[in-house]
Ligand binder design. Structure first.
Ligand code: C2E
Ligand code: MG
Ligand code: MG
Ligand code: MG
Length: 279
């Protein structure tokens, strides 16, 4: 939650013990070396149409800590946001993801998560522009995923930045839709290119009748606004069938594929084994 709450982030750590606090400081210290010591990896998770046709990938950051092994992003990203390192780390993810996508024979999309901190500080527009030039990726193939945390704080500044990003040709997706306080009101402020229904609604589809109604309502709202929807965390055929029946456009989740090194998905991006070996 902390990543979405901007200034309210402090509350996230309120109930922690001294041990947890020490541990957090240790991790934060290790984070400072992680970039230069090549401990980060970018995983890719497929995004598909409801018939299973893969149309793109979301880039998801992984930290392979020298002694702890893989630390989940939900644990270290709030720390990197707290000390500002997310600006450099986020730029690294963006560059890696764009470089990778630019090398694919098939012109699939790549989606990259942006932290609210990257919006507040630094020169995000310039750095995205720079990465696009450097990697040669066609801007329309890049989608950035933002949460409502981006629009909390200096709303006007964030909105202007979003407009300038869109003017570069890149697409803007609203991530984790339905979990924040005011996702709805943000839909009237900015023409998002995609809505990502949060995984929590999808995973409760079978167990909770309310979730099915919420998903239906989000789809009908999005369709009225002409915004395509992708469902996050689709794990079962029953979930896929429900979403397809409700005219959801796209899905992402273990049913299609888990986040992994791009090596696992080379056939999907159009790279033959020979081509990769001799490239
Ligand atoms: P997100 O952007 O909403 O990403 C989706 C998360 O759901 C990922 O968790 C993904 O592994 C997980 N997921 C996808 N399909 C399924 C499924 O079928 N079942 C289940 N149980 N989970 C599924 P992950 O990779 O642990 O990332 C967590 C969050 O960390 C992301 O949520 C995103 O907010 C953040 N994050 C990851 N990479 C980056 C990054 O490069 N920059 C920033 N700022 N945030 C990142
Ligand atoms: Mg995302
Ligand atoms: Mg999400
Ligand atoms: Mg999430």
């Amino acid at each position: 939650r902390a990543k979405r709450e901007g200034r309210a982030r402090v509350c996230f750590f309120e109930s922690e013990t001294d041990q947890e606090l020490r541990d957090r400081r240790l991790l934060q210290h290790d984070l400072r070396q992680a970039l230069e010591q090549n401990q980060f990896l970018v995983y890719f998770q497929p995004q598909a149409r409801m018939d299973g046709e893969v149309i793109g990938f979301e880039a998801l950051l992984r930290w392979n800590h020298p002694t702890r092994g893989f630390v989940p992003p939900d644990q270290f990203i709030p720390l990197a946001e707290e000390n500002g390192l997310i600006i450099q780390i986020g730029e690294w993810v963006l560059r890696e993801a764009c470089r990778e996508a630019a090398s694919w024979p098939r012109p699939l999309q790549v989606a990259v998560n942006l932290s609210p901190v990257q919006f507040q500080a630094g020169d995000l527009e310039r750095s995205i522009h720079q990465v696009l030039l450097e990697t040669g990726l066609t801007p329309t193939r890049l989608e950035v995923e933002i949460t409502e945390g981006v629009l909390i704080g200096d709303f006007t500044r964030a909105l202007n930045l979003l407009r300038r990003l869109k003017a570069l040709g890149i697409r803007i997706a609203m991530d984790d839709f339905g979990t924040g306080y005011s996702s709805l009101s943000y839909l009237q402020s900015f023409p998002f290119d995609k809505i990502k229904i949060d995984r929590s609604f999808i995973s409760n589809l079978e167990a909770t009748p309310q979730s099915a109604e919420i998903v239906r309502a989000v789809l009908s709202l999005a369709h009225a606004l002409n915004i395509p929807v992708i469902a996050e965390g689709v794990e079962t055929e029953a979930q896929r069938a429900f979403l397809a029946h409700e005219a959801c456009e796209q899905m992402q989740g273990y049913l299609v594929g888990r986040p992994d090194l791009i090596e696992r998905y080379l056939d999907l991006v159009g790279v033959t084994v020979e081509r990769r070996l001799y490239a």
